[in-house]
Design a protein around this ligand. Structure first.
Ligand code: ASP
Length: 321
């Protein structure tokens, strides 16, 4: 146990007094047989990134896009692409997922991840302490079990699924140790995610996170909860979110974006703005999301001042911080 002061309950801040924070939005119109976007987490920055920090993070985002694009170009399914992209981001220590994850008050990495296909099959893990790539464990839950969500899968279980196991030392990096020490000063937001549309028109989403710096042990956020931080339906949209998970859970945010498009006829861009305003901005919270529709139109939107993000274009990957 560290002697860090526990943070206020995540998601307890409610400030509805001022104007809503502006939603920033990138729209990438469909340009070819497939589409892919990634995020590396949204959240206010306590200090501007140095040139090196920008370069490292953009490189991580580009590698993820290249991994996903290789799957799609080879005729792979959207679910192959989102998993390949998220594995790259989990392995990159600059993002809050897999290696480099945010730490609990006890200084441990407890990882959440979810994979959802547009045919509505989903798999997720919560508070996983041993899965080197939580997104692979989530996919194993989807493909190898009758379940949707498994909490802290055991080493033996991961091995049986064919997932690589890692010790805590793999996940815990110095940057996050320092962030835990500074706790409230630099509460780490993060999370990584990917959405894709493949050549058959199917969509998928995957999201993976270490949660929030200084979260209580056992806390599970929105990421592994279908409809909160991750959602996909082939008829309408695939969504991956990032921000204080409690607000996404209460608003069932990813599903709400889907419902606005599906039942109220909203277009992708308005639905994205509406859910960020309704469930985050109006509640004094912030965050972001990426989404793709079955035509391959992509939206990347955030109201947090910043979001690591990337998308594929006909000329290759674009990454921005
Ligand atoms: N949504 C994640 C969680 O609450 C954290 C984040 O995206 O920053 O666990």
């Amino acid at each position: 146990m560290t002697d860090a002061t526990p943070p206020p309950a995540p998601g307890s801040a409610v400030d509805t007094s001022g104007a809503l924070p502006p939603v920033e939005l990138v729209h990438v119109p469909a340009w070819g047989p497939y589409a892919l976007a990634v995020h590396g987490g949204a959240g206010p920055r306590s200090h501007p990134l140095s040139e090196d920090e920008v370069a490292e993070r953009e490189e991580g985002l580009r590698r993820a896009l290249e991994a996903g694009a290789a799957e799609l170009a080879a005729g792979g399914a959207a679910v192959d692409a989102v998993c390949a992209a998220v594995v790259e981001l989990e392995d990159c220590a600059f993002f809050n997922a897999g290696r480099g994850a945010a730490l609990t008050t006890e200084g441990l990495a407890e990882l959440d991840a979810c994979v959802m296909r547009g045919d509505r099959l989903a798999g997720a893990v919560a508070a996983a302490g041993h899965a080197r790539n939580p997104v692979r464990a989530a996919r194993a839950v989807l493909e190898q079990t009758p379940h949707v969500l498994i909490a802290d899968p055991a080493v033996e279980q991961l091995t049986e699924w064919g997932c690589e196991v890692a010790e805590q030392e793999h996940f815990v990096v110095e940057r996050q140790r320092r962030a835990l020490a500074r706790l409230l000063e630099e509460r780490s937001h993060g999370t990584v995610g990917a959405v894709a549309r493949d050549a058959s028109g199917a969509v998928a989403a995957a999201t993976s996170t270490g949660g929030i710096t200084g979260q209580l042990p056992g806390r599970v956020g929105d990421t592994p909860l279908v409809g909160a931080g991750t959602f996909a339906d082939d008829s309408t949209v695939a969504v991956s979110g990032t921000g204080t998970g409690e607000f996404f859970v209460r608003g069932v945010l990813a599903h709400d974006l889907y419902a606005r498009m599906r039942y109220a006829g909203a277009d992708l861009q308005s639905a994205a703005r509406e859910v960020l305003d309704t469930h985050l901005g109006a509640k004094g919270a912030d965050g972001g999301l990426i989404a793709v529709d079955p035509r391959g139109d992509i939206v990347l939107a955030w109201d947090s001042g910043a979001m690591y993000r990337g998308w594929l274009t006909v000329d290759g990957p674009v990454a921005a911080t």
